[in-house]
Design a protein around this ligand. Sequence first.
Ligand SMILES: NC(=O)c1ccc[n+]([C@@H]2O[C@H](COP(=O)([O-])OP(=O)(O)OC[C@H]3O[C@@H](n4cnc5c(N)ncnc54)[C@H](OP(=O)(O)O)[C@@H]3O)[C@@H](O)[C@H]2O)c1
Length: 246
Amino acid sequence: MMRKFGLIGYPLTHSFSKKYFSAKFEKESIWDCQFDLYEIPQIGDFEKVLAENPDLEGMSVTIPYKQEVIPFLDELDLACAEIGAVNCIQIRDGKRRGFNTDYIGFKNSLTSWLGDILPNALVLGTGGASKAVKVALRDLGVEFLAVSRSKGENQISYSELANEPDFLKKYRLIINTTPLGTFPKTEEMPEIPVEMLNESHRVYDLVYNPAETMLMKACLEKGGKAKNGMDMLVLQAEAAWTIWNS
Ligand SMILES: NC(=O)c1ccc[n+]([C@@H]2O[C@H](COP(=O)([O-])OP(=O)(O)OC[C@H]3O[C@@H](n4cnc5c(N)ncnc54)[C@H](OP(=O)(O)O)[C@@H]3O)[C@@H](O)[C@H]2O)c1
């Protein structure tokens, strides 16, 4: 019998997960698994998908349902509950458990890149991905500060960052969780004072297309190091696979 997995979201025009899992099943000769797209115009249709596919064992969740899906689940993993967003569901013995594999993917890719002794971090952007990043940083014991276009507690603005050189001395890891720099608008980048960057800085850009963003390039040109979001993307998919099979 085929084991079934899938993705819910709307719209689902270019899904990384579908491509990733289809290629994985083929490459690893996993012939008894299939991964399907369930493009649902409203979250209420999630129940219909499950009713029509009672043998689904695992689902990935993407925009716009990472939060809206929570009331449809029985349990949330601890980090996932703290983040308040689900991107992976395990369905077993009639129970639906939610996980956040962006958290796992980010945490593991960051430590395998920089090791266990990590610099203080600036987190650019305050959207869904930033929440997974912040919980991961907290769990790794990294001091961090958010940078946002809007005012809020425990966060600074881009102009405060530009006008106060001490921020880039104290925080040497810059994590971009904004979509700025993503194809096709590859000329865009967050407004950070690049002239203050030096060889001690590290840029971790969650953007993975293009492979080298303008922000990464700016840091590399000053002698620093930079990493894109591709490892995180692959690790979050593999974390989902582990959860579905554990
Ligand atoms: N590599 C991976 O595995 C992975 C995983 C998840 C997400 N991502 C990528 O991470 C990015 C963010 O995802 P998300 O779901 O968090 O998106 P999102 O919810 O739309 O949030 C992004 C945040 O970026 C800031 N922002 C948006 N437009 C901006 C602009 N024009 N200028 C400056 N700041 C802007 C906003 O924060 P403020 O309003 O506070 O400024 C916003 O909350 C996307 O590019 C996504 O593809 C990658």
